[in-house]
Design a protein around this ligand. Sequence first.
Ligand code: ADP
Ligand code: ADP
Ligand code: ZN
Length: 220
Amino acid sequence: MDVILFGPPGAGKGTQAGRISDALSIPHVSTGDIFRYHLKQGTDLGTLARGYMDRGELVPDEVVFKLVADRLTQDDALGGILFDGFPRTVRQAELLADWLSTNGRGTGVVVNLDVPESILVPRLTGRRTCENKSCGAGYHLVFSPPVAHGVCDRCGGKLLQRKDDNEETALNRLDVYRSQTAPVLAWLRQHDAPVLDIDGTKAIDAVGNDIEEGLKAFSA
Ligand code: ADP
Ligand code: ADP
Ligand code: ZN
């Protein structure tokens, strides 16, 4: 089963992804994480993506889809993928739907994390992430703080703030979400993708429980 984890920046997609990925035994694929990996490695793709990411704009659709199509053909993705941060434009949704139908896969289930904008900016500016790629644990200064300030509970790694999580870029990302990404949800509904609407304002564990219960109903 393919699952699209949908929602605005700061909705809690990355926070919930690990639990869903474990429950369904499908790999978690975050296009944002892939771009950040390329940025760190200094690849051509990273160089290309950097300007867009720093401004809070979207990387061009064809570039994103090439990367996703490569990922979809890897062995561990044959039974399904958990998409996080993709598709983010109607064009990306069309490209994905074409690929899935050509390859005999259904539309996938959409998990829509519903969170009002007023909560998103503080969530983004307070977000911190473990520096170790093998860990990657996520925290929030106020809503999900580590035991020791600035240190990962799981691995002792340093907690870093993303460059694009400053207030100005976060606001721009929310504008981009409103104009380019929010219409994707309507498009998916029109194309008969089952959508599980989740109240993303609840506590992290409660949101996770709601998603797990909802997905059980879909796969039953
Ligand atoms: P996304 O991947 O959708 O951009 P994240 O999962 O990284 O969002 O969450 C953004 C920030 O909000 C993180 O710092 C995270 O710890 C925090 N967060 C996530 N879910 C919740 C929640 N249900 N309540 C409070 N804070 C949350
Ligand atoms: P968020 O936590 O805000 O949801 P992501 O980590 O998913 O952020 O994405 C960070 C940045 O990477 C985006 O602002 C954008 O520049 C780029 N990006 C990630 N996924 C996509 C995508 N599907 N299409 C275009 N750009 C993307
Ligand atoms: Zn860690």
